[in-house]
Write a protein that binds this ligand. Sequence first.
Ligand code: ADP
Length: 420
Amino acid sequence: MTEVQLQEFKLEPDSELRFEVESKNEKVVLEVKSGYAELFGTELVKGKPYEFHTGAKVAVFTWHGCTVELRGRTEVSYVAKETPMVIYLNVHAALEQQRVAAEQENTRGPVTMIVGPGDVGKSTLTKILLNYAVRMGRRPIYVDLDIGQGHISVPGTIGALLVERPASIEEGFSQQAPLVYHFGHKSPSENQELYNTIVSRLAEVITERCENNKKAAASGVIINTCGWIKGPGYKVLTHAAQAFEVDVILVLDNERLYNELKRDMPKFVKVVYLPKSGGVVERSSTQRAEFRDTRIREYFYGKRTPYYPHSFDVKFSDLKIYKVGAPSLPDSCMPLGMRAEDALTKLVAVWPSAALQHRLLAVSFAAAPEDDVLHSNLAGFVCITAVDMERQTLTILSPQPRPLPNTVLLLSDLQYMDNH
Ligand code: ADP
């Protein structure tokens, strides 16, 4: 049943109001009338209206009790008294102790990786722990290895951000100068070799940055991961754990994964089992696809603050487009000393064709294919909105005005239909 208009909720200490906005083009406004409340770790300002749009799945939690008002149509809205928030707060307190020790001893703070199947609240817990850390005056590094969702930049990438203030309720963490690496697919299974390569590279760069930023180093790193945890997915996770030299792994809602990690991780890695919140909502593959689409639209057009992207034509001959991964040959056909997997991280030139319409191109900082392209981070993305084979031009949607930087462009599998 769809509920309409104005609803008021009185929340007791340690409870949360959960709601979802489902109907198309719907808007729900949330306001805290009295008391204190937070949303996935970000404090809400009393009397300030916050807007939520279609697809939002939200929990307003209170440690001390509060009154909250919702205006608009919510598909679901209820108060839950059972939440794992106290357990999550204890995890934060334990990490905080390690940060204090790191600060005193001038060492690295805790590197924490959050793992579990899809839809158990990994991204949400990542956000809560980062927000709690930054509210204590820390400057943690947020790493997102979940290429299917792309919380930093767009889907099909992995990335990292230095978190200097709590996530804004409507716009998330401030996206200033993120470090982003190209993968180009929605799941690591499409090219594990490439995935592991860029994960190792990101880990390396973060270690270097921490050497130059004591505050960030002592604050530690929080890593969100993909929900692919079985078979090769498990290998990909353990590779990431090794690459980032994690100290703590938080396993959400999967005992098998917890036991496997307990068995396989070195003794100094603390593997901790955590329950998922009853509020976490499962998403269908259509909802995931819509979410990806929204992320890309927001990249070009902004969230609350609108962006005004540019559209212009570029000649085929002015572009250096590559994709990563040549078709792999059996080992017996490879030149001496090369493995079949090496082909998976090779750059292959792509000549434009009609098939490129709607595809995203990652704009690399690397100037030429001989430069270490996979190890270079990205300047940003453009989208091919039209291909004119006769005139041999592409129409490009770009956050920056023309010309495109004269660097390598990496073709992504991800598509975006620009009908703005
Ligand atoms: P995962 O990263 O494991 O796939 P998410 O953290 O993205 O899962 O959570 C899935 C969805 O559930 C998100 O839309 C999130 O906003 C929502 N969600 C998480 N925790 C709660 C909660 N306590 N109440 C309501 N919705 C929640």
